[in-house]
Design a binder for this molecule. Structure first.
Ligand code: NAG
Ligand code: NAG
Ligand code: NAG
Ligand code: NAG
Ligand code: NAG
Ligand code: NAG
Ligand code: NAG
Ligand code: NAG
Ligand code: NAG
Ligand code: NAG
Length: 669
């Protein structure tokens, strides 16, 4: 009897748990969150209850309730003179009119909430985009602001994949741009190849239909050429701009083109079917289990003394229940796996234990790879330990960091942190391949980045000439993107705390890759307490509030970024004391004095003789904004990314940087 009840209770609790899980998952999916949105500050703010706000509300509610079939493109204006509001709504080409309207309605509600007073804003969902502004936006090709997303799965047959993808994108862009229906500029298609084992790539490209053929081509060309930067070797990717967007995946993610616009039954994507199938199964099992328990209890109530019947019923029932549990678990697992590969945003559901195992390296393997940690393999003494170059038996070259200081935390915590850090993947971050935990040894295994670090080039009087402005500008952009990812785009908010030229590595194409991120998590440096003894970081790069009081935030990383930018432009170390007018001047006060006196070109590295003055001046300006004393005045990395990518973004004037106000330099040990 007891066994039956326990078993019933057990299976019920599992079913309720699963049911709850499914309900939570399906509700989370229903919550509309933008893929990305930008509140654009350029055009200023409107005040609450102003005519502008009123016009905006009228316009947007008209747009999102518009029942005309506009082929997914809506452009309206409303209001007079300075209070005129312009809005554009664009739905993906395969989206049905009612879905489109709902999507635009959701966008309207969310965008005005997220950007409460901005005159200009833009937001993207999977199915639609909404943007509005006080300036005219109709018929203008715009590439900023934009974002990219990539599917983290890695392609193995890179060359074939890229060739097939290139063909597909070329075909689609021509089809979309030269669309003979002036109301839609949209194309989808697929391409496969015998050399790719007939694996198929699916693509989608779309322009807003107000663009000319040439403008649409230009916009798409820009987006397609960016694939190699955001999504190279990735199974899927998107580049999304105000005027156009592209996406490719290894599974069909769009509905096939329909001839009529009549609403038909929604064709669900494969994972949707899978989920509902699992749901049905679980409901079925729940009902089954319920009835079997009732029957059992009834039988027991009547024949509680007959032990033969008990065994005859209990044994098969327990077996059936256990089997049901097993089947349900397997179904759910398979479901999770099938979704992991297909959805960009759902990558975290992998089996962590399996990953942890695949990330763990054997100490012996690393010993062999690094020639027993030989002196010849030593790359340098980085923060927290010596770094060795190694080569795995597979031929892959790696960098191994042998942690020298006690991490102060247990093996399980260490593993968990490595797992989290290994999930951070971005082309401007050095990739963490795994770890090794054996005999008190703690090793971190990274991808090997061949061209050393930034400080090796920019401070060397001869080597600095190898970095012309175009390269340095690319490096600044790379660092900004990597840091933005750490701060905002990854699931974890990582504050680097030790960003400096020595921690910016350069790959074979001289792309910047940030290293040593997340060390504070791994080494359990006190995260909350004000304790200057445990401050990690490098003096000179540290924001005053961090150096003096141990207070760190994303804004202290922004400070380090600003220092780095000024170093890259000037080719001077922050720590180097320049002999300026006033005897001793460090880089920040030197830059500030020259900025104030209108002689800022003095700080530019003379070897940058033919770089774009415009870009250099903009970067100096950004650098000075980042090193301001008051952290509230420093921009966020998201704003910096925008400043770097959009010339129309007007930047505020910088206030005095930290160093020249005093205190910082004198308080350093
Ligand atoms: C507009 O408002 C936002 C916050 O709502 C603020 O961050 C921004 O500085 C304001 N811009 C101007 C130009 O006032
Ligand atoms: C705007 O108008 C609403 C109602 O008309 C009012 O409750 C609110 O206080 C007003 N806000 C401002 C800032 O005037
Ligand atoms: C609302 O949209 C309709 C078109 O569906 C248009 O005729 C009408 O002028 C719009 N109203 C406003 C206030 O913009
Ligand atoms: C738009 O969304 C709002 C808030 O979610 C809702 O109240 C309204 O009914 C929706 N309008 C349409 C036309 O769907
Ligand atoms: C909206 O777009 C149509 C063409 O698609 C154009 O004729 C019309 O002038 C546009 N309306 C506004 C307000 O820009
Ligand atoms: C938009 O608003 C900003 C700030 O109010 C103003 O400077 C700008 O001139 C406006 N643009 C247009 C086209 O009216
Ligand atoms: C692939 O594209 C061809 C046309 O080029 C089309 O006939 C076929 O249905 C597509 N396959 C899938 C799976 O969409
Ligand atoms: C590596 O060095 C250690 C001592 O430092 C030695 O005990 C070990 O045998 C060496 N292993 C190999 C493979 O040479
Ligand atoms: C960067 O590395 C690549 C490949 O290792 C090499 O060909 C190139 O010369 C290096 N660039 C510099 C500036 O050292
Ligand atoms: C700068 O000079 C190099 C060669 O000296 C040249 O390749 C490059 O195009 C020049 N860049 C600019 C912006 O003039």
């Amino acid at each position: 009897m007891a066994i039956v009840i326990v078993s019933c209770k057990f299976s019920f609790s599992i079913y309720y748990f699963l049911l709850l899980l499914i309900i939570i998952v399906s509700q989370a999916k229903a919550q509309p969150n933008f893929l990305r949105n930008f509140c654009i500050n350029d055009n200023g703010n409107y005040t609450a209850n102003s005519t502008y706000q009123n016009n905006l509300n009228i316009l947007l509610s008209n747009l999102s309730s518009n029942t005309e079939i506009n082929y997914g493109f809506y452009n309206f204006s409303y209001g007079q003179n300075t209070n005129k509001v312009n809005a554009i709504g664009l739905c993906r080409g395969d989206v049905k009119p009612d879905v489109c309207r709902n999507c635009l309605n959701d966008s309207r509600v969310l965008l005005t909430r997220l950007c409460p007073n901005q005159k200009e804003a833009i937001g993207w969902y999977d199915n639609c985009m909404l943007r509005y502004s006080n300036r005219s936006i109709f018929g203008i090709m715009e590439q900023f602001p934009w974002f990219d997303l990539s599917n983290p799965n890695i392609v193995t047959e890179v060359d074939q994949f890229n060739r097939v993808l290139g063909n597909l994108m070329k075909k689609l862009k021509e089809k979309a741009a030269s669309s003979n229906d002036a109301r839609v500029k949209y194309a989808t298609g697929n391409e496969s190849d015998a050399n790719l084992n007939f694996q198929t790539i699916y693509g989608l490209v779309q322009c807003t239909p107000d663009l000319s053929l040439q403008e649409c081509m230009d916009c798409l060309n820009g987006a397609i050429s960016y694939i190699t930067s955001c999504c190279s070797n990735k199974f899927g990717g998107r580049v999304v701009k105000p005027s156009c967007n592209i996406r490719y995946e290894s599974f069909p993610f769009y509905d096939p083109p329909t001839v009529t616009v009549v609403d038909t039954v929604e064709t669900s994507p494969p994972q949707g079917i899978y989920l509902s199938l699992t749901k049905v199964l679980i409901y079925l099992f729940l009902i089954l289990a319920f009835f079997s328990c009732i029957v059992l209890l009834l039988v027991f109530a009547e024949k509680s003394k007959s032990s033969h019947t008990t065994i005859a019923i209990v044994v098969p029932t327990v077996v059936v229940l256990v089997l049901l549990n097993l089947i349900t678990c397997i179904c759910l697992r398979r479901n999770r796996h099938s979704m992991a590969g297909s959805n960009l945003e759902e990558i975290e559901d992998d089996d962590d234990i399996e990953i942890a195992e695949s990330l763990q390296f054997n100490f012996g393997t690393i010993e062999v790879a690094t020639n027993n940690f030989s002196e010849a393999n030593k790359l340098g003494h980085g923060g927290f330990g010596v770094v060795y170059q190694g080569k795995l038996s597979s031929g892959q070259v790696i960098a191994v960091k042998r942690l020298s200081i006690d991490s102060g935390q247990g093996d399980i915590e260490f593993k968990n942190e490595v797992l989290l850090l290994a999930k951070l993947q971005h082309r401007n971050l050095v990739k963490l391949l795994g770890f090794c935990l054996e005999r008190k040894e703690r090793l971190l295994i990274y991808e090997f980045v061949p061209n050393k670090s930034l400080d090796y080039f920019i401070f060397d009087p001869i080597k600095k000439s190898q970095l012309d402005w175009a390269l340095r500008y690319k490096i600044i952009g790379g660092i900004a993107r990597g840091l933005l990812y750490l701060h905002e785009d990854s699931r974890l908010r990582i504050i680097h705390r030790d960003l400096k030229s020595g921690n910016v590595l350069l790959d074979e194409d001289m792309n910047a890759k940030i290293s040593d991120f997340g060390m504070a998590r791994l080494l359990l440096v006190d995260q909350t307490q004000v304790n200057t003894n445990k401050v990690v970081g490098t003096y000179g790069y540290m924001a005053p509030e961090y150096a003096m009081f141990g207070q760190f935030s994303v804004k202290s990383d922004v400070f380090s970024f600003g220092v780095l930018v000024l170093e890259i432009i000037s080719g001077q170390k922050i720590s180097r004391i320049l002999l300026g007018q006033s005897d001793q001047e460090d880089l920040l006060s030197f830059a500030w004095r020259n900025w104030r006196e209108g002689t800022i070109t003095n700080i530019i590295d003379p070897s940058l003789n033919n770089g774009s003055q415009n870009e250099i001046m903009r970067c100096i300006h950004i650098g000075l904004l980042c090193v301001q004393e008051n952290l509230v005045e420093r921009p966020t990395m998201a704003t910096i990314a925008l400043m770097l990518s959009s010339y129309s973004f007007t930047m505020p004037l910088p206030l005095e940087p930290a160093s020249s106000i005093g205190g910082r330099t004198t308080s350093l040990p």
